[in-house]
Design a protein around this ligand. Structure first.
Ligand code: TYM
Length: 324
């Protein structure tokens, strides 16, 4: 069973990335032949147009991978662009991809809805993502809810290719943790770098507390009982809390008679404590860039070997070869 996932190096990873996907990367790792995690720098090029920023953020994301507990002995860690077989496979998939399939994809539709013009990179983004997944015969892809549509596109493309050229690709499945599939941001919308509503994993503790204290809440009187499941703040608290802490907080909401300030302080405290070991490891790996580079080089070597095998299979099945 191969697990695979990727994250774009578009900025500091936030709680949505961590709980929605990255934490699952760690729990699912175990054997470096089976767990593949990469930094999607080619995807990031559709939004980051600053060479120093993109390369620095790519490195920082590798440091983050190690800091959250990905172990190069238990998973293969690499940078997307180090496996050129994936971009070759993208072309094969593009030739099987109806325009309508991509026109329905949300990132493209959202951009058009805002009146912005999309480039072909953004339009074909889901096909590169499909190649990322199919190139390694992946079975399971841990992601947040927002990527489920892309997994469906991946399965569609694999099926179309298999239909035309015979069994070539394995059909992958998304792995979404329901309670963390869509982590809300400080304004209650989905937490996202592009909405400016993020709380980050590696962030100055004081600055983070300030952001938490400004999280939007309703203005019902303190004494009123409240439904925790509809409250943004509770949903964030729940990500960190133990069963016991969660139950206590839930009861407090249902009883009423508390202030949101109290919950915010508790959220800041629990988050600070939870991420402290990750922050410590982040500083440690950041101070050892040659180790990080070695991990990525070894990961790329392993990932390329697998992708070359799958690309070869796809090429010979569709006739991109000289007859034997
Ligand atoms: P990206 O970089 O936007 O996000 C990385 C992961 O974080 C999840 N996520 C969330 N989960 C829950 N709540 C949120 N508020 C939230 N925000 C982000 C995302 O669902 C994702 O799992 N296209 C991908 C990167 C990619 C990829 C791949 C992923 C490229 N190729 C192949 C899997 C397999 C993306 O933009 O993720």
């Amino acid at each position: 069973m191969r697990i695979l996932s990727g994250i774009q190096p578009t900025g500091n990873p936030h709680w949505g990335n961590y709980f929605g996907a990255n934490r699952q990367y760690v729990t699912l790792q175990g054997n470096k032949d089976d767990a593949f995690y990469f930094i999607a720098n080619l995807h990031a090029l559709t939004t980051v147009r600053d060479k120093e920023r993109l390369s620095q953020q790519t490195f920082d994301m590798a440091v983050y991978f190690l800091a959250i507990g990905l172990d190069p002995e238990k998973s293969t860690l690499f940078v997307q662009s180090d496996v050129p077989e994936v971009t070759e496979l993208t072309w094969l998939l593009l030739t099987c991809c109806p325009m309508g399939l991509l026109e329905r994809c949300h990132a493209y539709k959202e951009k058009l809805a805002k009146g912005l013009t999309a480039d072909a990179g953004l339009f074909t983004y889901p096909v590169l993502m499909a190649a990322d997944i199919l190139a390694y015969d992946s079975d399971l892809v841990p992601v947040g809810e927002d990527q489920q549509q892309h997994l469906e596109v991946t399965r569609d493309l694999a099926q179309t290719f298999n239909y035309h050229f015979g069994e070539t690709f394995i059909l992958p499945k998304a792995y979404v943790v329901p309670a963390a599939g869509k982590v809300p941001g400080t304004d209650g919308e989905k937490m996202s770098k592009s909405y400016n509503n993020t709380l980050e994993v590696i962030e100055d503790v004081k600055a983070q507390k300030k952001k938490i204290m400004r999280i939007e809440t309703d203005c019902r009187p303190m004494e009123d009982p409240k439904d925790p499941e509809t409250d943004n703040l509770y949903l964030l608290y729940k990500l960190f809390a133990s069963d016991e802490q969660r139950q206590e907080m839930e009861e407090m909401y249902r009883r009423g008679g508390f202030g949101y300030g109290q919950v915010k302080k508790e959220l800041a405290r629990i988050a600070e404590e939870y991420f402290a070991p990750i922050r410590e490891r982040y500083a440690k790996f950041q101070a050892d860039p040659s180790f990080v580079r070695d991990v990525l080089a070894e990961g790329a070597r392993r990932a390329r070997a697998k992708a070359a095998e799958v690309l070869d299979r796809a090429q010979s099945n569709c006739g991109i070869c000289i007859p034997k």
